[in-house]
Design a protein around this ligand. Structure first.
Ligand code: HEC
Length: 113
């Protein structure tokens, strides 16, 4: 199986990885520390969390505020059967900015929007 460190049992979707902008690269590091344990390497999903590189999370359906809200307050399960997402502590708004940049660059490279 894949050999990616992060994400148990993933990936759920196939993700191709683009050249990131500097902010996107900073976001990747933050994502790998704070989010990939559930959302998987390259945000491709895992056994315990959904892929964010998915039409559900395109900007017009889950805009950037959804990322701030999810990180700050957690998420009640409603799209998937992984259970709730707990709030993630120690991640600043600026960190989320970078994470959003990273996820959007991945989404764009994979034709999500
Ligand atoms: C402990 C596991 C876990 C971690 C860690 C985690 N998530 Fe989640 N996240 C989930 C699950 C599960 C869902 C899906 C909930 C559902 O069924 O809709 C989710 C959903 C989301 C959503 C969609 C919110 C919505 O409004 O539907 C966003 C955005 C998100 N996560 C971003 C992040 C970011 C950014 C991080 C890191 C800072 C992160 N998550 C860390 C488990 C996790």
């Amino acid at each position: 199986m894949g050999g990616q460190a992060a994400g148990r049992g993933g990936p759920i979707v196939e993700v191709s990885v683009p050249e990131f902008s500097p902010n996107g690269r900073a976001g990747e590091i933050l994502f790998n520390v704070n989010c990939s344990s559930c959302h998987g390497a390259n945000a491709a999903g895992s056994e315990v969390g959904p892929p964010l590189i998915h039409p559900i999370y395109e900007p017009s359906h889950h805009g950037d505020p959804a990322f701030y809200r999810a990180t700050l307050m957690g998420v009640q399960a409603h799209h998937w059967r992984f259970g709730n997402m707990p709030a993630v502590e120690g991640v600043s708004e600026q960190d989320v900015d970078m994470i959003v940049r990273y996820v959007r660059e991945l989404q764009r490279a994979n034709g999500i929007f």
